[in-house]
Design a protein around this ligand. Structure first.
Ligand SMILES: *[C@@H]1O[C@H](CO)[C@@H](O)[C@H](O)[C@H]1NC(C)=O
Ligand SMILES: *[C@@H]1O[C@H](CO)[C@@H](O)[C@H](O)[C@H]1NC(C)=O
Length: 169
């Protein structure tokens, strides 16, 4: 990038203004394919019944949230004031229940879901939305093609209460 800007400047003689790159994209890690074991198909809808309404996400939303979360983990980054993705192994209010592939240890993570986009902190790098996708991923676990391998555990929700405890969907 630096090289091409310098090349461009010397070619243009510095007369032409450079286009400005979007700032938010700057420290977003690049997305690589992952294997999400037991995950929904991309066109399937995954729903979560809240107190007053039912939230629905596509399987693609779920996949992209886990994919982005893993790329954050690999580059040592987090998003939002709650520092997602973060381990979701203890929950005082509601006990969380997941399949056996998702034991309650530090490799079980939660990451916020978005409808039609993946959560990257938003304009103010805060948490939005009520639902998290929960997945299980050990740092060194890969599939046969060397891609990160994670297990889909399910969705949790805070059910519309800002400081509510998460519970299973
Ligand atoms: C998923 O939800 C969308 C939007 O509500 C709908 O258009 C689509 O038909 C649903 N897909 C399936 C497989 O139910
Ligand atoms: C967002 O907040 C996290 C803390 O969770 C911080 O590590 C990260 O650098 C912030 N990202 C941006 C783009 O401000």
């Amino acid at each position: 990038m630096k090289f091409s800007i310098i090349t461009f400047l010397s070619l243009a003689g510095g007369i032409v203004a450079l286009p400005t790159a979007p700032l938010e994209a700057h420290d977003d890690p690049s997305l690589a394919p992952i294997t999400l074991v037991d995950g929904p198909s991309h066109s399937e809808n995954v729903t979560c019944k809240g107190d007053s309404d039912t939230a629905s996400y596509s399987g693609e939303d779920v996949y992209e949230a886990v994919q982005y979360a893993i790329s954050l983990m690999q580059s040592g980054q987090t998003r939002g004031k709650a520092k997602y993705p973060h381990s979701l192994h203890a929950n005082s209010g509601h006990p969380l229940n997941f399949p056996e592939s998702c034991p309650a240890d530090k490799s079980r993570y939660g990451y916020p879901l978005g409808k039609g986009f993946y959560y990257n902190g938003g304009p103010r790098n805060q948490t939005t939305g009520n639902e998290l996708v929960v997945f299980y991923h050990k740092d060194d676990e890969i599939d046969t093609q060397n891609h990160p391998k994670a297990y889909f555990c399910g969705l949790v929700t805070r059910g519309g209460r800002d400081n509510g405890e998460f519970r299973n969907c």
